[in-house]
Design a protein around this ligand. Structure first.
Ligand SMILES: [Fe+2]
Ligand SMILES: [Fe+2]
Length: 323
């Protein structure tokens, strides 16, 4: 009797899953209150929380340059970019919290997972930004890399993520132009400015390669396979990295800059870039929170989260005791 009941429940679940897959195969989009398989929900939560938190953590290296930007125009532009990034984080956390709600979890849990190290943020935001050229390279190449990844997901099967990404990508294009404008000014500047730019490119290159995640062998990871089947993403890490090379390597060389990889080249016959792999062991360490700026940035986020507690409470209508 019990056995029969289990089979029946499994059959029902399987039928729902088949219906769900047929819906996304027809190009229909899934909304927050539609039925969805548990692993679809958990993959989305993982992806969108990480993306949202990375937007917020990504504002920190550039925020350091707001008071030090070389002119009022540059200061206004980088300040606007930092505000945009925080806004992207807020949009995405709202999408994530709708997915978390049926599991009894909240936005607070996402932030707590960040502080306990359970939720990782993007490797690039653990890195230092010691010069103004770093601010330019972040805008030009890190935002450029983000546009490639996010454009892939514009047509994702999960409608709320797709809607958020349409708005985010439109703003990211401005960020890339802002970065390019800083880079061009330095490339056309003095020998010292050109050197500062070259040093920043050298410093960011391995982190940019890591941005897309490790390359896949013939067997792509089960996570990627699942995300592709569920149409959460449509390209592999390596396909995205190759697209980044196609777009940016010729532009970097065109500015007379070099890359810290003498082996990088495009094979015409195979239609593919060959390049030196970054140290994937150090990538694991960086995302685990052992990067050059991981601890101080996490601490900064934690302090500002605690200091802004009264704002969240006021917005929720909670009263505080006046001492
Ligand atoms: Fe952003
Ligand atoms: Fe951006």
């Amino acid at each position: 009797m019990v056995g029969q009941q289990v089979v029946t429940i499994n059959d029902m679940e399987n039928e729902k899953l088949q219906e769900f897959l047929a819906r996304i195969d027809r190009g229909e989009k899934i909304e927050a209150d539609d039925w969805m398989p548990d692993d679809y929900r958990s993959q989305l939560i993982k992806l969108i929380s990480m993306h949202g938190i990375s937007e917020i953590m990504g504002a920190l290296p550039e925020k350091e340059w707001v008071p030090k930007a070389p002119s009022l125009r540059r200061k206004l532009a980088i300040m606007a970019k930092v505000q945009d990034e925080m806004g992207h984080g807020q949009l995405l956390l709202r999408v994530a919290e709708d997915l978390l709600a049926p599991l009894g979890k909240t936005r607070e849990d996402i932030l707590n997972d960040l502080f306990t190290g359970k939720l990782k943020f993007h490797n690039v935001f653990h890195m230092e930004a010691p010069t103004w050229a770093d601010a330019g390279v972040i805008g030009w190449l890190v935002d450029g890399a983000a546009i490639i990844t996010q454009t892939m997901s514009l047509d994702t099967s999960y409608a709320p993520y797709s809607r958020a990404l349409h708005r985010i990508c439109a703003e990211e294009k401005f960020h890339a132009q802002h970065g390019e404008s800083i880079v061009l000014a330095l490339a056309e500047g003095t020998a010292e400015q050109r050197q500062m730019l070259q040093d920043a490119v050298n410093r960011w290159w391995p982190a940019l390669l890591m941005f897309f995640g490790p390359p896949e062998d013939e067997n792509i990871s089960s996570n990627q396979r699942l995300n592709i089947r569920y149409q959460i993403r449509s390209q592999t890490n390596e396909e995205l990295r190759q697209e980044f090379f196609n777009k940016y390597v010729p532009r970097i060389f065109h500015l007379g800059l070099t890359l810290p990889d003498e082996t990088i080249h495009y094979n015409e016959q195979e239609g593919k870039w060959y390049y030196q792999q970054p140290d994937w062991e150090s990538f694991k360490q960086i995302v685990k929170g052992n990067g050059p700026c991981s601890k101080e940035r996490l601490q900064l986020r934690k302090v500002s989260y605690e200091e802004a507690k009264w704002v969240r409470e006021a917005l929720l209508g909670k009263t505080r005791e006046i001492v």
